[in-house]
Ligand binder design. Structure first.
Ligand code: AVJ
Length: 377
């Protein structure tokens, strides 16, 4: 596999971080583009907790414990999102793969449990088998590569190793980085390799909903700038409440009976207490989540039930009874919003699929020539 060798040859020396925890995997390339997060955690926490409207950045919810709690959320009866996306991918993996070139690198933004990815990898393998059989050739003229990108190193390592063990014929390359930083790295590798491979960027989980509307537009525009015309984007997005899905359904999804979502949200304060040795009175805080209809998003907060103060990163924080710390947005979309977002940033919507209840969507876009009204962003 020539392209892959060229790809591998340009890797930095990662021997030190490759595979002692994974002795059964002969070769799992692992790229680490992240620096030490600790300083920014402290700075960001101080900045957020001293702001007029207090906030903590959602990315800090996803440490090891937070990622585990999120995995538990995906299995809750109230949290329909993951199952709806799985249903769509299960049903349409073949259609999706039919739309991409033979020579295709699948990039995944965020390493999840791997169940949805597994369907896409299976579809890629099936196509390869059928083609090999029908052309009576045993050499593969495709160059499939699977590249998960995630900021959580442990999670990425585990999920990629599991997939690699299952799909030994598909080369994999894990990249520990912010999403766009990871895409930039892969794009540079494609150029260095002189490869014609098409990128299929899969952005699952409705993670796009974490971003504000303007951040999402910037994200799309920046992603488009990194891609070549003809590269494609597979985007999962949760639908707004309306005639089909009630506000109550959304409310329940973020206020589950077992309290897993509350534990997930509160974990960010545990994390600050542990990593920054802040003595936050955790018992003063409770989880609050509701659907903001005019903004079409669920908003998550930690609400202080009594006045309290604590010290963090050398700064003093005081918080009133009833005051809230914003921790996460989960924006919801209708197809018109998605189409506008796409067309203004240089993507054309080709297909949209929904689950049987029409709660959730997966969109297939291709990178077009030029963003039509990029200047207006
Ligand atoms: C991982 C951002 C997609 O918005 O539904 C779930 C996060 N927070 N329950 C979502 C989340 C609380 C989730 N995303």
């Amino acid at each position: 596999m020539l392209i892959f060798m060229a790809f591998a040859a340009t890797l930095p020396d990662t021997a030190a971080v490759v595979s002692h925890s994974l002795p059964h995997i002969a070769y799992l390339p692992f790229i680490h583009l992240r620096g030490d997060e600790r300083d920014s955690l402290s700075e960001d926490a101080v900045r957020g907790l001293r702001a007029e409207h207090k906030f903590l950045l959602p990315k800090y919810l996803y440490d090891k414990r937070g990622s585990e709690l999120f995995e538990q959320i995906t299995e809750l009866p109230e949290y329909y999102l993951t199952r709806a996306e799985q249903e769509i991918i299960d049903r349409h993996a073949g259609d999706i793969i039919e739309k991409v070139q033979q020579d295709c690198w699948l990039l995944e933004l965020g390493a999840g449990s791997g169940k949805k990815t597994r369907r896409l990898l299976q579809a890629l393998e099936e196509r390869r088998k059928n083609q090999t059989a029908s052309s009576k050739r045993d050499d593969n003229n495709d160059n499939i590569l699977y590249i998960p990108i995630d900021i959580s190193e442990e999670f990425l390592r585990e999920s990629c190793a599991r997939l690699q063990a299952e799909f030994s014929a598909i080369p994999m390359q894990a990249v520990c980085a912010d999403f766009l930083q990871g895409v930039e790295y892969v794009v540079a590798e494609r150029n260095i390799a002189g490869s014609q491979a098409q990128l299929l960027v899969y952005f699952p989980g409705s993670t796009i909903g974490n971003l504000t509307r303007s951040e999402a537009a910037t994200f799309f525009a920046n992603l488009r700038r990194l891609l070549r015309k003809g590269d494609v984007l597979l985007l999962a997005a949760d639908m707004s409440a309306g005639e089909i899905k009630s506000v109550e359904t959304l409310h329940a999804a973020y206020n589950d009976a077992e309290g897993v979502t509350a534990a997930f949200n509160l974990n960010i304060l545990h994390r600050l207490s542990g990593e920054l040795s802040a003595r936050i009175p955790l018992e003063c805080y409770k989880h609050v989540a509701f659907y903001n209809e005019s903004e079409s998003r669920v908003e998550l907060y930690l609400e202080s039930m009594a006045y309290n103060t604590f010290e963090i990163g050398g700064a003093r924080v005081a918080i009133a009874a009833g005051e809230r710390i914003h921790t996460e947005y989960s924006h919801k979309f209708d197809t018109a919003m998605i189409e506008t977002l796409a067309s203004t940033t240089g993507f054309a919507l080709e297909t949209a699929w929904q689950d049987s209840r029409r709660y959730f969507s997966v969109y297939f876009f291709s990178a077009t020539d030029a963003p039509s009204v990029e200047e207006t962003l």
